[in-house]
Design a protein around this ligand. Structure first.
Ligand code: GTP
Ligand code: ZN
Length: 359
């Protein structure tokens, strides 16, 4: 046991720094870089980073494709920052909101060859901080001096990243609901400092039988505001009703807003959808994959509650596949087709066509 923060804890700290616009330092196998999130970097700090060396703007291959920039790698594209490029230039490359009104972005000089591991890691950090997936990265020669002098968070990635997230149950209490008075809400806290997730248990489902279950991803707009752009609100309430009628079951409310990109990025995606792009194209233009969710979280919560088999309420075959792969046996898929209307018809059709959802 040591007082000093470990790698997971330093990464949590680094995510907050990036959100606040404070650069961080990443090291791996003798290479050291300073990293800032494109979205939050100020002009003053950009100038400071230029004093260290020649920065690149790291973006995802998805975003590079939209910008017609060569990625030379399947994990990251590194655009050389022109001498006169300021934060406005960086924002216009990272953020697609004005792509249509300013179609002539570029041409871009991208770096080829060399080690791009830290650039790729920096983008993964931005994604987990729910920021736009774009970073300004500069190689640093005098690590100790820079970090000690400026008090920046330094994270060494030499140790293999522990991909095995773990979640702890922190509290639960009785919660009578409209659909059933026998409700109980459980809170689970990930050990990497990310958002907590919830399980609504109704009745006292037997642990040795397949439980009627829903893995619901947070949708503030649909679940809370009653947005007509998606089917989330009706799916949430129908699932709770079905479990209530059966008398036993569990609904996981996973804080993976916007298929894991966060609400701010989802609103950026909605704005692109208003410009004519569909839900998948909008994610790609922003630099994200179609779906950035980690469904292992759902499986871990189910296991922690003592379940090993589910009758899963979903139209998404990926959820079924991921549950089976992560040790939760799906004995039956229970369709959940509700909430179709004029505003979300095209959205649901795109999910069926491009993401394999069952209509
Ligand atoms: N990025 C993005 N996310 C969206 C959009 N519309 C809805 N979402 C999010 O999509 C997720 C929908 O989650 P779910 O309903 O659990 O999942 P699903 O993949 O549709 O599968 P099932 O509902 O189980 O059939 C929520 O996190 C919403 O916030 C969109 O246009 N773009
Ligand atoms: Zn929704």
């Amino acid at each position: 046991m040591t007082l000093a923060p470990n790698q997971t804890e330093l990464l949590a700290r680094a995510r907050v720094d990036l959100r606040m616009g404070v650069p961080i330092v990443l090291t791996h196998h003798g290479r050291t870089v300073m990293v800032a999130a494109a979205e939050t970097l100020s002009s003053g700090r950009l100038n400071d980073m230029r004093g260290v060396g020649a920065p690149v703007l790291a973006i995802t291959p998805r975003r590079a494709e939209t910008l017609k920039a060569r990625a030379y790698s399947d994990r990251v594209a590194r655009i050389e920052l022109p001498r006169d490029a300021g934060t406005e230039w960086i924002a216009s490359v990272a953020d697609p909101s004005d792509d249509l009104t300013r179609p002539m972005k570029g041409p871009f000089r991208t770096r080829r060859g060399g080690d791009d591991g830290l650039e790729a890691q920096s983008i993964a950090l931005c994604k987990s901080a729910r920021l736009l997936p774009a970073t300004v990265v500069v190689d640093v020669s005098n690590t100790a001096e820079i970090a000690a002098d400026k008090n920046l968070t330094i994270v060494s990635l030499d140790q293999k990243m522990i991909d095995m997230l773990s979640l702890e149950p922190v509290a639960h209490a009785r919660l009578p609901l409209t659909v059933s008075e026998a409700g109980r809400l459980h809170i689970f806290r990930p050990d990497d400092g990310s958002e907590e997730h919830y399980a609504v248990e109704i009745g006292r489902p037997a642990r040795n039988e397949p439980v009627l279950a829903r893995l619901h991803s947070a949708c503030f707009t649909g679940d809370v505001l009653g947005s007509l752009k998606c089917d989330c609100g009706p799916q949430l309430h129908t699932a709770l009703n079905m479990i209530g009628q059966e008398g036993h079951g569990v609904l996981l409310y996973l804080n993976q807003e916007g298929r894991g990109i966060g609400l701010a990025n989802k609103m950026r995606a909605y704005s692109l959808q208003d410009q004519g792009f569909d839900t998948v194209e909008a994610n790609h233009r922003l630099g994200f994959e179609d779906d950035e969710r980690d469904f292992r979280i759902g499986a871990m919560i189910l296991k922690s509650l003592g379940f090993s088999a589910v009758r899963l309420m979903t139209n998404n075959p990926r959820k079924v596949a991921r549950m089976n792969e992560t040790g939760i046996h799906v004995t039956e898929r229970v369709p959940l087709r509700v909430g179709k209307g004029a505003h979300n018809q095209a959205y649901l059709a795109t999910k069926a066509r491009k993401s394999g959802h069952l209509l």
